[in-house]
Design a binder for this molecule. Structure first.
Ligand code: AHR
Length: 510
């Protein structure tokens, strides 16, 4: 591609809005080895006194995860939370129908919330609106947040936890539009139940925020109408509507896969439009925002046999342990660009999931924990994106994809903090290098640090050695002195083919 075929215009006063730290959330579900031999493994050499793996907690911290959603996912829709509290020796295993796995109930609400508290992570809890309803949801809020003197708060105290946990963010079920969901409902059934459960939960603790289930993906046949109906029952009660999206390369269609960020972009815009249409009809000044509480690359169509084809298993089976490539990591970086560009309407997002299950962190039982390639763009964005998201203008050529039509070759997001600390995140989806000229109007941009992920062509294979090889080949520091040139109010950067780049420095008045 010719020199400076791409121009980005940046003005420090033009901003989207604050980057909520909850944008860097993740997700731990009772699924496969996310909990058992993931975050929790009492016999592991690094286990803390509570049985949680220190090596995984350290990597979680390095990943920059601010918030973790729990306990599901599909799992929550048949979960009896009361079975997972109290003396561990009295807890009974149960058959989780979502993943056809025997859940030993060794980790439950208290163990998870105390782990999150010790690690400085905000918890995001989900209630079961599949097989259960209003009473169990309100009881769980009371168990977590209630003061002494009522039944469920006193049970928590009897179980050894005096102080309320103060869980702020609650999901009203999970993917209730999906026929695979245990207790699946149509939009009217779910909307009414969510409104009643949410009402009761807020009567227990008015300070909580609620997430109502949106569609499980943009491909759902009920997409759009589902959001409209569900929000017509819950608009005044809830704060957020959920979005879930997973992306994968299908039939070698690399161009479409690299453009997943554009698909996510359109999905966000459509959900925002659906929510705002309900608000407009109600003549409401309230704006519903988005909890993008499941997003990632997941080879769902091409590698996953489907829940119904899983045999009944026990002892933390290996389920959906996708191994990621440099290409997958470039796409993850680009999805983060999309999320930052919607900072005004997406305050909450969860990379699904945290460990072992479609995860940036992998473990071996009794053995090591390691970073997948997707770890790097997430950790780097979480570390460098500070303050507010800039409203950039990107003039870029486009290319045509089979799945998403015309898409931009280069995508970009930027952030700036009160102290002038600034970052730019850029994806080049083309197989050629691209020169990008950044015009920073009325300001001086000094780039002092850079990182880049390159897409690869190799088949993904398992294990820490693979992750290390990918990291060596694809992930590395940008030599700022040679890759970035400054000429007055324009800074030029060369992007490698099929790459994701983060640049950091300062943005100060010129
Ligand atoms: O993250 C894995 C699964 O994907 C979750 O349980 C479900 O909500 C989604 O379909």
């Amino acid at each position: 591609m010719s020199d400076s075929a791409v121009r980005i215009t940046l003005h420090p006063a033009f901003r989207k809005g604050p980057v909520d730290r909850r944008l860097f959330g993740s997700f731990v579900e009772h699924l496969g080895r996310a909990v058992y031999t993931g975050i929790y493994e009492p016999d592991h050499p690094t286990a803390d006194p509570h049985g949680f793996r220190r090596d995984v907690a350290d990597l979680t911290r390095e990943l920059g995860v601010s918030m973790v959603r729990y306990p599901g996912g599909n799992f929550v829709s048949n979960y009896v939370w009361e079975d997972g509290v109290g003396p561990v020796e009295d807890r009974k295993p149960f058959l989780d129908l979502a993943w056809r796995t025997v859940e030993p109930n060794l980790v439950g609400t208290d163990e998870f919330l105390q782990w999150a508290e010790r690690e400085g992570i905000e918890p995001m809890m989900a209630v079961n609106l599949g097989t259960r309803g209003v009473a169990a949801a309100a009881a769980l809020v009371e168990y977590c947040n209630g003061e002494a003197g009522t039944r469920w708060a006193d049970l928590r105290i009897a179980n050894g936890r005096e102080k309320p946990y103060g869980v702020r963010l609650w999901c009203l079920g999970n993917e209730m539009d999906g026929p695979w969901q245990i207790g699946h409902k149509d939009a009217h059934e779910y909307g009414k139940l969510a409104a009643e459960a949410g009402k009761a939960m807020k009567l227990v603790d008015p300070s909580i925020s609620l997430v109502v289930c949106g569609s499980s993906s943009m491909q759902m046949p009920t997409f759009g109408e589902w959001e409209r109906t569900v929000l017509s029952y819950t608009y005044d009660l809830v704060d957020h509507v959920s979005m879930h999206a997973y992306y994968e390369e299908v039939d070698g269609d690399r161009g479409s896969f690299l453009a997943s960020g554009t698909a996510m972009d359109r999905f966000v815009e459509r959900v925002v439009a659906s929510a705002d249409a309900v608000g407009a009809q109600r003549r409401s000044d309230k704006k519903i925002t988005i909890s993008f509480d499941e997003w990632n690359v997941w080879y769902l169509e091409t590698r996953f046999p489907g829940e119904q084809n899983l045999p009944i298993q026990r002892d933390a089976p290996r389920i959906i342990e996708d191994v990621y490539s440099g290409l997958d990591a470039v796409v993850v970086g680009d999805l983060l660009v999309t999320l930052l560009n919607h900072a005004d309407r997406v305050p909450v997002a969860c990379l699904a999931q945290l460990v072992n299950v479609i995860a940036p962190i992998m473990t071996e039982p009794g053995g090591e924990a390691w970073r997948q390639p997707t770890f790097h763009p997430f950790a780097t964005t979480a570390r460098l994106a500070r303050g507010e998201a800039l409203d950039l203008r990107v003039a870029t050529p486009s290319y045509t994809t089979a799945k998403h039509g015309e898409v931009p070759v280069v995508t970009a997001a930027g952030t700036v903090g009160d102290d002038g600390a600034a970052a730019l995140f850029l994806t080049n989806r083309s197989s050629e290098p691209v020169e990008v000229a950044v015009d920073h109007l009325g300001s001086a941009l000094a780039v002092t640090e850079g990182w880049r992920m390159l897409a690869d062509h190799g088949a993904a294979v398992e294990g820490p050695e693979h992750a290390a090889r990918v990291a060596e080949k694809c992930w590395g520091a940008v030599d700022v002195a040679t890759a970035v040139r400054r000429d007055g109010a324009t800074t030029t950067v060369r992007l490698e083919p099929e790459s994701w780049t983060a640049l950091a420095g300062t943005l100060t008045p010129a």
